[in-house]
Design a protein around this ligand. Structure first.
Ligand SMILES: [Zn+2]
Length: 389
């Protein structure tokens, strides 16, 4: 803990950020009203320019990395003089939402009964606003962070972070610790100290077409072979161990009077432990059709490794919990089946604390909201983590 950071009592952080609540809410409204779906690059980049301007005004140096398939990734560096050999404090966020352009018209930003609603308000525009105000608070309170602060805000998280993964991993390799601005779980805003890993696959079946009336037995149905496979692999789920196999999309065939020559399945495997995920992937690769005249071909693999609750992650959580208590915040932790960009950084062995955005519910749904009552406290905690970690 640096001297300058340690002398700023938690109560000052809380007083300052409580007083900022009207500005935070105005900023939140502005950012929610700038729609930024993963699939609309122009809108995303335009929102990104607003975010970059706000962080620049708070003293951060801005770099933009072109996202050829997706929106641009933003990188901000603050407090460069605090650079340490053990690494930066890396803050991960994403600019994109799952809501198509125009959603705002039927799901407008609104505040009602201590909640703020709107598309992407929880996941994760409130997280981005929180990071901005925690950064501003450092200077306003005369605190300085222990480490150089680096922020990486990507634009394709909601579609698997394909184009930003390498940028995230490169930044993580220079980081001593990672904070993720994903929402906390539920109204309590629990931090996420374990996340499942995700593997995605496309299983294609190729059989033999035939007239269903004249020549039925000459046909080899790709649909039937795939249907049998679906029933088998769905049986690999083991919810008690956190292992799930989800046949999410299936399509195939041409007409009701034709034995289907082609069918395909998109499926997803999830597990808390990497060996479980790898074992399931091997089992899937070894799966053979019941009808030997049908051929299977498989594409895909692990796209997010699990965020496993290592001793370092448990220790980082315990530290955050202790600092939370100084703010009157009783922080809890949980495990979740959902992935985030924190999966990538944790898999590299960098202690990663996830779920530091706002508390709330209903992400990716019309009822998405954040709890306003806990927002200043959670933002004050983020400031303390910036200062002290
Ligand atoms: Zn998110």
């Amino acid at each position: 803990m640096s001297d300058s950071a340690s002398i700023i009592a938690a109560s000052h952080w809380l007083d300052y950020l409580s007083a900022q609540q009207p500005r935070m809410l105005a900023r939140l409204r502005d950012w929610v009203e700038r729609e930024s779906p993963t699939t609309a690059k122009a809108a995303l980049d335009s929102f990104g320019r607003e975010v970059a301007a706000a962080f620049a005004a708070a003293g951060a140096e801005v770099r933009e990395h072109a996202g050829p398939e997706a929106g641009n990734t933003l990188e901000f560096t603050a407090w460069p003089q605090q650079r340490r050999p053990e690494g930066d404090l890396l803050v991960l966020g994403h600019l994109d939402t799952v809501y198509p352009l125009g959603t705002l018209a039927r799901q407008p930003f609104r505040v009602e009964a201590e909640r703020a609603y709107g598309p992407g308000v929880l996941d994760m525009k409130a997280g981005l606003v929180g990071a901005l105000f925690a950064l501003e608070a450092l200077a306003a309170l005369g605190a300085s962070p222990r480490r150089r602060l680096r922020f990486l805000f990507t634009a394709d998280e909601e579609m698997g972070s394909r184009s930003s993964r390498a940028q995230i991993e490169a930044a993580a390799r220079e980081a001593a610790v990672v904070l993720v601005l994903e929402p906390g779980a539920g109204p309590a805003g629990k931090l996420k100290t374990a996340r499942k890993g995700i593997a995605g696959f496309r299983l294609r079946a190729r059989g033999r077409a035939a007239h269903a009336g004249v020549d039925f037995e000459a046909g080899a149905s790709a649909i039937l072979a795939l249907a049998r496979a679906v029933v088998e692999l769905a049986g690999w789920s083991d919810p008690a161990r956190g292992i799930t196999v989800n046949p999410g999309v299936i399509r195939g065939g041409t007409r009701a009077n034709v034995v289907a020559a082609e069918a395909e399945l998109e499926l997803e495997l999830r597990a808390f432990r990497r060996p479980d995920l790898e074992r399931l992937a091997r089992r899937l690769a070894a799966l053979r059709p019941a009808d030997a005249r049908v051929e299977f071909s498989l594409a895909g693999g692990i796209n997010r490794p699990p965020l496993e609750r290592t001793a370092a992650i448990a220790a980082a959580f315990a530290q955050a919990q202790a600092w939370g208590r100084e703010l009157g915040l009783e922080l809890e932790e949980c495990a979740t089946g959902g992935g985030s960009d924190g999966n990538f950084t944790a898999a590299l062995g960098v202690p990663t604390l996830d779920g530091l955005g706002a508390a709330g519910e209903g992400a990716h749904s019309p009822g998405e909201y954040i709890c306003l009552a806990s927002w200043p406290r959670r933002t004050a905690l983020l400031g303390l983590l910036f200062a002290r970690l």
